[in-house]
Design a protein around this ligand. Structure first.
Ligand code: S3P
Length: 428
């Protein structure tokens, strides 16, 4: 079921203070590591969205008891058991790739699949290193696509130079490394989000970082931990960017994750001349958190490339919207990864923002955006991609007429309360 349309009427600034739901990346990792750890793991602030609920269901299907106390999950982890059926990750690329690493380490057979979007996404990036560690990983098209069938166990550590800066690849290899003999090292071309490394330390694993290389020595037992999940900066980004480009806005997002490997969106907005202030920084269970206040102002075009890309990868859709409204040209480059996300986001942004009258030229690895135009209203397609849907929704705040986005049920994969939150911050 593609799901209802969302209609956004223009002309209202964003005001007030909001908290956003829990970080998606950290929630996935909490469920997986909690399932692997001996003893009890508690998780507070777990993201109750379809992607993370899919991870929970997979961990349960591997024989782990999880008590759901609403605000707090209690995970009774330890040894995993062979699942009785195919594991289904739904729309979650993070789940299938991280789980593949865990399953590669288990001495049993498993099959893991997902929805049509997941089954189109490249899995060879994890299958290749996991095979090198000794797992048998098969899938469609020679192991390139899910469903993946995995016969794990008997792994040996490897040094893996990953061609893409991908936290999912890095995490899959490190998670398999927990079950391998000897040292496993992943070297990446640029630093991707480091939540796995941070959280593994919290679960008692000695993780070594040396520049762009990160490693651990297996077999490495995990012991249960208490995980606090901060608000998701990727969810906050839709509102922070919108507050930056909708005149008259003044919005604060509190208790949000500020991990520098994720916070590129704040750097880009500052580079674009946004009036943005980060305050109340503190550490929450090994992750930096704090508050961000943004006031509406004139933005200018910028260049987004290089090491900024992995730090802002999921925020590029909403930054593209900001770029359409900014003065001058914005170039997004080195971002070919956008083509293999929940949808081809380069194609989707060029097509849908073009429908609003913006000048957005797709490139093989990014977009060239000529800014300084107002959006017109219209009817847009999310293509089943939650971040495209939410980026187009906030574009509607700056249009000349209402914007309708079709097929917005996908928003539930990461931010079930998005629509309600948008209405709340624009109704003050
Ligand atoms: C994620 C890593 C990123 C990101 C995704 C979540 C994670 O993907 O785009 O939304 O939680 O590890 P890649 O590892 O493919 O870059």
């Amino acid at each position: 079921m593609p799901g209802a349309a969302l209609v956004v009427a223009p002309g209202r600034p964003l005001r007030g203070s909001v908290r956003v739901p829990g970080d998606k990346s950290i929630s996935h990792r909490a469920a997986l590591l909690g399932g692997l750890a001996a003893g009890v793991t508690t998780v507070e602030g777990f993201l109750r969205a379809e992607d993370c609920l899919a991870t929970l269901a997979c961990v349960r299907a591997l024989g782990v008891r999880i008590d759901d106390g609403g605000d707090r999950l209690t995970i009774h982890g330890g040894a995993l058991a062979e699942p009785g059926d195919v594991l289904d990750v739904g729309n979650s690329g993070t789940t299938i790739r991280l789980l593949a690493g865990v399953l590669a380490g288990q001495p049993f057979h498993s099959v893991v699949t997902g929805d049509a979007s997941v089954r189109r996404r490249p899995m060879d990036r994890v299958a290749t290193p996991l095979r090198r560690m000794g797992a048998r990983v098969a899938g469609r098209a020679g192991g390139r696509f899910a469903p993946l069938s995995i016969d794990g166990g008997g792994l040996r550590g490897i040094v893996y130079d990953t061609p893409v800066a991908s936290a999912q690849v890095k995490s899959a290899v490190l998670l398999a490394g927990l079950f391998a003999e000897g040292e496993t090292v992943v070297r990446e071309p640029a630093l991707s989000r480091d939540h796995t490394e941070r959280m593994l330390r919290g679960f008692g694993v000695a993780v070594q970082r040396n520049g762009l290389a990160v490693g651990l020595r297996g077999p490495a037992p995990l012991r249960g931990a208490a995980v606090l999940v901060p608000g998701d900066l990727s969810s906050a980004a839709f509102f922070l960017a919108a507050a930056a480009f909708v005149p008259g806005s003044e919005l604060t997002v509190t208790d949000v994750g500020l991990n520098p490997t994720r916070a590129g969106v704040l750097d880009v907005l500052a580079q674009m001349g946004a009036d943005i202030r980060v305050w109340g920084r503190r550490d929450a269970g090994g992750e930096p958190v704090g508050s961000v206040t943004v006031r509406g102002s004139r933005l200018r075009g910028t260049v987004i490339g290089g090491e900024l890309i992995p730090r802002a990868i999921d925020e590029l859709p909403v930054l593209a919207v900001a770029a359409c409204l900014a003065d001058g040209e914005t170039v997004i480059r080195d971002a070919a990864e956008l083509r293999v996300k929940e949808s081809d986001r380069i194609a989707a942004l060029a097509r849908e923002l073009g429908r609003l009258g913006a000048e957005v030229a797709p490139q093989p690895d990014g977009l060239v955006i000529r800014g300084g135009r107002r959006f017109r209203g219209g009817r847009l397609q999310s293509g089943g991609d939650h971040r495209i849907a939410m980026a187009l929704a906030v574009a509607g705040l700056c249009a000349e007429a209402p914007v309708t986005i079709d097929d917005t049920a996908c928003i539930r994969t990461s931010f079930p309360d998005f629509e309600e939150t948008l209405r709340r911050v624009t109704s003050a």
